[in-house]
Design a protein around this ligand. Structure first.
Ligand code: NAP
Ligand code: MG
Length: 397
């Protein structure tokens, strides 16, 4: 059989521990036999990040800016224990943080649904994708414990030294206060990413904040989204037959629970943090969550939402059998291959990505799955180890 050809390479970011082991197996068993795979390879495994003083992470992000599509394996974010375990020169920063800073992107997370593992919310039939703004607000705040009676003020000093001052509260006793911010530039990037992602997956986009209470702060988010929609995206949305709408977060929460799913829900930083955990849990398992970072200029980096599955890796090193779920990592590959196929106009590559996803889901729906899913499955489940599960997918494929 002739292999499916590619034109532009994918940026391949290898990673750590159990997911690094799965990474190679996925390529060997599910991709390389069918695709004449072209990648520009970056080893983001912790050892090589340390050897290169983390330059490899920066290089991989710059390559993503150049080529437009990357696929990333989970990586260790070092803490004190990892510094010792790997004898690191220093406690390197989170690769995802470094990549996000360079691409200036928004992270979209969506669950992979299979029959036999029902969401806790009965009406949900299609995935709900959460788009979380990953800059500012309470995550970059200044907080203050108020020791006793006194006046709390908020003050902005412009470049000419002119002050604008407002009283927050005249305290009669102890309390707390905080200051936080966001920037128009970051909000606009977030909005561009959301509109572009909605167009790329052809799904409605919902955006919600608490603008009735936060009449200036949250209202600014609402206005920036509305202005960009009207001036830049409206006609493309209409042509794609999809909708953008803004609604108050209280209303959005009620609508989400009553919905059938199948849309993107854009949220401010804190709301996205909380709601993504709720949505992921209600859909089933972290091992079935995909994640894609989309830059405002339309670059895409695909990955699994979970980490390197350290506990399984230590068992693997002892020679024990592991049943680690490769599905989210497989879908990172299919997402990247499909996007590459779309950009390079390679329908065969897109069709291959579709088939691999179908084969993966069909395998689970036939009752063959890894241990994490077997405990959730409503039918008769056969628990397979990682290799057996990948072989079953390959047979279906
Ligand atoms: P984790 O790797 O997501 O694993 C937490 C637990 O969730 C596992 O021990 C396992 O539970 C279950 N799990 C997660 N993914 C699974 C899969 N594919 N198949 C089966 N079970 C799965 O999170 P962690 O243990 O907190 O973090 C481990 C390392 O990953 C850390 O060094 C962290 O820095 C890194 N990390 C990286 C990323 C990223 O690169 N995007 C994200 C998060 C964490 P059981 O052990 O009960 O089976
Ligand atoms: Mg959270």
């Amino acid at each position: 059989m002739e292999k499916i050809r590619m034109i532009t390479p994918l940026v391949e970011m290898d990673g750590d521990e159990m997911t690094r082991i799965l990474w190679q197996k996925i390529k060997d068993k599910l991709i390389l036999p069918y695709v004449d795979l072209k990648t520009e390879y970056y080893d983001l495994g912790l050892k090589y990040r340390d050897e290169t003083d983390d330059q490899v992470t920066v290089d991989s992000a710059n390559a993503t800016l150049k080529y437009g599509v990357a696929v990333k394996c989970a990586t260790i974010t070092p803490n004190a224990q990892r510094v010792e375990e790997y004898s690191l020169k220093q406690m390197w920063k989170s690769p995802n943080g470094t990549i996000r800073t360079i691409l200036d992107g928004t992270v979209f997370r969506s669950p992979i649904l299979v029959k036999g593992i029902s969401p806790s919310v009965r009406t949900w039939q299609k995935p709900i994708t959460i788009a979380r703004h990953a800059y500012g607000d309470v995550y970059k705040n200044t907080e203050f414990r108020v020791p006793g009676a006194g006046k709390a003020e908020i003050c902005f000093t412009d470049e000419n030294g002119v002050e604008t001052r407002q009283t927050i509260m005249t305290f009669k006793g102890e309390g707390v206060m905080q200051g936080m911010h966001n920037t128009d530039a970051s909000i606009a990037s977030f909005a561009h990413s959301c509109f572009q992602y909605a167009l790329s997956v052809k799904q409605d986009l919902w955006f919600s904040t608490k603008d009735t209470i936060s009449k200036t702060y949250d209202h600014r988010f609402k206005d920036i989204f509305a202005e960009l929609y009207e001036t830049r995206y409206k006609s493309a949305f209409e042509a794609a037959g999809i909708e953008y709408f803004y609604t108050l977060i209280d209303d959005a929460v009620a609508r989400v629970i009553r919905s059938k799913g199948g849309f993107i829900w854009a949220l401010k930083n804190y709301d996205g943090d909380v709601m993504s955990d709720m949505v992921a849990t209600a859909f089933g398992s972290l091992a079935m969550m995909t994640s894609v970072l989309v830059s405002p200029n339309g670059q895409y980096e695909y990955e699994a939402a979970h980490g390197t599955v350290t506990r399984h890796y230590y068992r693997y090193l002892k020679g024990e059998e592991t049943s680690t779920n490769p599905v989210a990592t497989i879908f990172a590959w299919t997402g990247a291959l499909r996007k590459r196929g779309e950009l390079d106009n390679l329908p065969d590559l897109c069709a291959f990505a579709d088939r691999l996803e179908k084969a993966t889901i069909a395998t689970i729906e036939s009752g063959k799955m890894t241990g994490d899913l077997a405990v959730l499955y409503e039918g008769e489940a056969t628990k397979l180890n990682s290799d057996e599960f990948l072989d079953a997918i390959a047979a279906n494929l």
